[in-house]
Design a protein around this ligand. Structure first.
Ligand code: GDP
Length: 593
């Protein structure tokens, strides 16, 4: 039976050497195109078995066994567990196998453990690349390609040191439920995790690492890789719109094959679409690429596993991380569409209950953050893909009125749009933004914990402060764009970015900046005379010298000030609040109710 190559990803802590390892495996970087025989895919590189065999020499048979059927390995070019997270597939992971990179001199670090947790959850077998052996103090450098040879020429103390470092990793892994061994002591790759000491700088140990990957695949994953009656499927990594190509999706074809006459099904936000490829593209070999705009070569048909670009006008708006189903049978399209729709339904969340708002870049990250929040019993009101917009912040704001710890937005690897930013400043809705899943969730939980300790203070200090101030006659510094003028604060503390109204209750605008003695200050206390700037008003039109102004809390803030924080207000502030409420209710009877 035909067996496809396994899909391999590289994970590990930042700076452990993932990128260097990938570069070295591909033979790019210093060595240029020395590593002939490696085929470039879109987002991945294919190392044929023959190349691995050549690099390994006699060691190959010893490690990976005789009778190797796996045709090679397809290594995903982008490292990191965020990428791995997006390689999701029904029933687990699209990646078949992983390399967990550990810095030999640092051991397990936070993202190492995080990566391991992801591998554990998706049940993906892995090998540990114990990188940077060349940095072990006293390590004797050599040109040996094999780590076993390189270890032999080290002093006894260095060998003992390395042995100790290997056993530290063995110890950590055993706590996490894995038994592991240095690869040369592994008897059964299906039961023990192999640890391969290596250096991504010198390349020592990489042949063994590759041989272990092949061996592991061969013994452990053959059933998964057999192609007999597997449905053709893949996963979308990225969606682009390129000049000369139009809408296209970079995808990994996991099983089966894709030809120009096949129908592919992919998910968009509002449903599953089916389309036929206009082109199936692979990168041109570097030496054939005369014009950098002409990067791709069209093919009629590809077989799994492969990294490809599929162009079609219908692919605009496809969700990164979407599953891809492929069929040559028109009668199958309906069934596949139904299956995919059912899968998609479970990913997005939209409820009326109180919970956090979550925005992510891909389906994979959305699922990963959702499940992590659920494990920590954090309710989710909304989970979706795309940038944080004003509606997200408004939703979180409504939740915040009931539960200040759930009225927040968590943003993973997405932009925050300017109007969302304004809304968040205005209503003090927190947006937690991060590019590492665990630190996003961690940052949020830590804030909840700390905030709960002094919740009353925190809630009070976020409210629009109560203040009354006057426009000092003769102190006009600039008429408009922005208007800049002198004021005296009579009651309370005035802060920048605060909305204010005139005596009759009409909203004037926001205090943009405050300056005292030509220095920008965040706030000004009662009694101080300062300059303020206000956008969007002209002196002599909306505001006049000698006028009195009041800060203008939102209706819900005024309600909180009246009900919850009344005892914190001084008598003068209380008078200011009563005045604000009285004049606001003339135009809005629901104000502060
Ligand atoms: P990543 O963040 O995991 O992708 O790590 P990089 O590949 O960017 O490597 C981080 C740093 O470690 C870079 O300065 C590399 O040159 C260096 N580095 C990576 N592997 C090795 C190695 O085997 N030996 C030595 N001496 N340095 C290495």
């Amino acid at each position: 039976m035909k067996v496809r190559q396994p899909i391999v990803t590289v994970l590990g802590h930042v700076d452990s050497g993932k990128t260097s390892l990938l570069d070295k495996i591909r033979g790019t970087g210093v060595q240029g195109r020395e590593a002939g025989g490696i085929t470039q895919h879109i987002g991945a590189s294919f190392l044929p078995r023959e190349i691995i065999k050549k690099r390994c020499g006699p060691l190959y048979g010893k490690i990976s066994g005789s009778d190797v059927q796996v045709p090679g390995v397809l290594v995903i070019d982008t490292p990191g567990h965020e990428v791995f997270t997006n390689l999701r597939a029904r029933g687990g992971s699209a990646a078949d196998i992983a390399i967990l990179v550990v810095d030999v001199n640092r051991g397990f670090q936070p993202q190492t453990s995080e990566s391991l947790r992801v591998l554990q959850a998706r049940k993906v077998p892995f090998v540990v690349a114990l990188n940077k052996v060349d940095q072990i103090p006293g390590w004797r450098k050599s040109d040996a390609p094999f780590i076993t040879g390189a270890i032999e020429i080290q002093d006894a103390s260095i060998r003992a040191d390395l042995e100790q470092k290997i056993y530290d990793v063995v110890g950590t892994l055993s706590v996490l439920g894995y038994s592991s061994e240095a690869f040369y002591n592994v008897k059964d790759f299906a039961k023990e995790v192999a640890i391969v000491p290596m250096s991504a700088r010198s390349g020592v140990g990489i042949p063994e690492l590759l041989a272990v990957l092949v061996g592991l695949t061969q013994q452990y994953l053959s059933a998964r890789l057999e192609q007999g009656s597997k449905e053709s499927r893949g996963i979308v990594l990225e969606v682009n719109d390129e000049v000369g190509i139009g809408p296209s999706a970079n995808m990994i074809l996991i099983d089966g094959e894709l030809g120009m006459n096949d129908t592919i099904l992919v998910a968009k936000r509002d449903g599953v679409v089916s389309t036929k490829p206009k082109a199936i593209l692979l990168p041109k070999p570097l030496d054939e690429m005369r014009d950098p705009r002409d990067k791709f070569r069209p093919v009629e048909r590809v077989e799994a596993a492969a990294g490809i670009k599929v162009a079609s006008p219908d692919l605009g708006g496809v969700l990164p991380g979407s599953a891809v189903y492929i069929t040559s049978d028109a009668a199958e399209v309906g069934r596949l569409k139904k299956e995919m729709e059912a899968e998609m339904k479970s990913v997005f969340i939209e409820t009326e209950t109180d919970g956090v708002t979550l925005k992510c870049d891909t389906i994979g990250s959305l699922e990963a953050v959702t499940s992590m929040l659920r494990r920590q019993q954090v309710p989710i009101a909304k989970a979706d893909i795309g940038p944080v917009n004003r509606r997200d912040v408004m939703g979180a704001r409504a939740v915040k009125e009931n539960d200040r710890h759930l009225g927040v937005v968590l943003a993973f690897n997405v932009r925050v749009l300017p109007d969302a930013e304004t809304e968040s400043d205005d209503y003090h809705v927190r947006i937690f933004s991060d590019k590492i899943i665990y630190s996003l969730v961690d940052g949020y939980s830590k804030w909840v914990e700390e905030d709960a300790l002094h919740e009353e203070d925190a809630a009070f200090s976020e409210l629009t402060p109560l203040s009354r101030f006057v426009f000092l006659g003769g102190f006009v510094f600039r008429n408009s764009d922005p208007a800049v003028f002198g004021i005296r604060v009579d009651v309370g503390t005035l802060r920048q970015k605060t909305a204010f109204m005139n005596e009759r209750g009409k909203k004037v605008g926001h205090i943009h900046q405050l300056q005292e003695d030509k220095k920008t200050v965040k706030s000004a206390k009662a009694g101080s005379e300062v300059a303020c700037s206000v956008q969007g008003v002209t002196i002599g039109r909306q505001i006049n010298e000698g006028e009195t102004f009041y800060t203008l809390p939102h209706s819900y803030e005024a309600k909180m000030l009246l009900r919850r924080f009344a005892q914190r207000l001084g008598p003068e502030e209380r008078k200011v609040l009563d005045h604000i409420v009285e004049v606001q209710r003339r135009s809005d009877p629901a104000y502060a109710y």
